[in-house]
Design a protein around this ligand. Structure first.
Ligand code: PLP
Length: 344
């Protein structure tokens, strides 16, 4: 975390804004549009995720990666129900809902499984390869089996930077399978997303132009204090259409204008905090170069630590170092690792 972010947090708390809708605080919405486009450009995301470009894409700040994943899962679910009802009018809505199925890897974060529980839609945790990466062939096999058995594939949640070892799922091959089967592809880049900003990590962004949505936690790698989770959608209308519940007291005369999104339709709660302020102040104070230097510093510290582990014959690496994460253990019995963990 950084002092500019804390200043932003204090100001936002002091202003006491509860952004139910644009009219409650135009600055709260409009600064969020600005900083989400800054951030998308900083991370070199495809233009389709920018508010400023023609088209239905854009970014929003959620509280956590868990909320972002849940929003994607719920929106994909509702889209699938609408589409399937048109294709199969003979089926009732509850029959369709009972057939829905989603996918992720057995290495994905617990929040993915939780999203399935909340959305009342089973999420199959597919076996990742020996390198702990999920690839298209595993997804293809699972989808084909499920379709054969009459299930309806809805969404695949891939991870760039798994919690356990910071493994990167193969987005290109997963995207090919998702496109073939009309399945929503979401990428959880909660930790690793910050490295998109570095030219030397450009490989990480491979396939990102083919995903429907993604999330990245600024509170993990971007010096912004908790909570601040960026989410981008290729077609925000799919979320808005799924979550749009209106009341007379929420209406205002500027509704529906393209540069004025009503972010309440993009999230679970109605009210929202002015989180964009801490992002804005952090970016303005540290600058893009300062933030890139921060990510590079984490990586170089991890490289140093990796070298220490490799040079010490009592320890071994259990996975390749990835960004700022080094997975290591003492050689020998697992009990020694458990003891070391306790002492740490
Ligand atoms: N996704 C990944 C890959 C994570 O590593 C984590 C947390 O460690 C999460 C999601 C959950 O993040 P949040 O606490 O913002 O919901």
């Amino acid at each position: 975390v950084s002092y500019p972010s804390i200043v932003g947090e204090m100001l936002a708390s002091g202003f006491g804004i509860i952004g139910f809708s644009w009219i409650c605080s135009p600055a709260c919405t409009e600064l969020e549009v600005v900083v989400m486009d800054w951030l998308a450009k900083f991370l070199k995301l495809p233009e389709q995720f920018l508010h400023a470009t023609e088209g239905p894409g854009g970014g929003v700040i959620q509280g956590s990666a868990s909320e972002a994943v849940l929003v994607a899962v719920l929106a994909a679910r509702e889209q699938a129900v609408v589409k399937y009802r048109e294709l199969h009018p003979e089926l009732s809505e509850s029959e369709i809902r009972g057939k829905l199925i989603a996918y992720s890897s057995d290495q994905s974060n617990s929040c993915i499984e939780k999203a399935g529980v909340i959305a009342a839609m089973p999420i199959k945790l597919l076996p990742a390869g020996e390198d702990l990466i999920l690839r298209g062939d595993a997804l293809k096999k699972a989808i084909e089996e499920d379709v054969q058995e009459g299930r309806i594939p809805v969404i695949c949640i891939a991870t760039l930077g798994t919690t356990g070892t910071c493994a990167y799922d193969d987005i290109e091959s997963l995207a090919t399978v998702c496109e073939d089967h009309n399945v929503w592809l979401h990428v959880d880049a909660a930790y690793a997303g910050g490295a998109f900003a570095l030219d030397e990590c450009a490989d990480l962004r491979r396939g990102i132009d083919r995903v429907d949505s993604l999330n990245f936690n600024l509170h993990k790698f971007m010096l912004v204090n908790f909570d601040c989770s960026a989410m981008w959608l290729k077609d925000a209308n799919k979320v808005v259409d799924s979550f749009n519940v209106d009341r007379i007291y929420l209406k205002h005369k500027y509704e529906g204008q393209s540069q004025i999104p009503d972010f309440r339709h993009w999230q679970i709660p109605l009210g929202r905090r002015f989180r964009a302020l801490k992002v804005w102040i952090t970016f303005r104070t540290l600058g893009a170069e300062g933030l890139r230097a921060h990510v590079r510093k984490h990586i170089s510290l991890a490289e140093q630590f990796e070298k220490l582990v490799k040079d010490d014959k009592r320890f071994e690496l259990v996975a390749p170092r990835a960004l700022g994460l080094v997975c290591f253990r003492p050689k020998g019995d697992n009990e020694i690792t458990a003891q070391l963990l306790q002492r740490l």
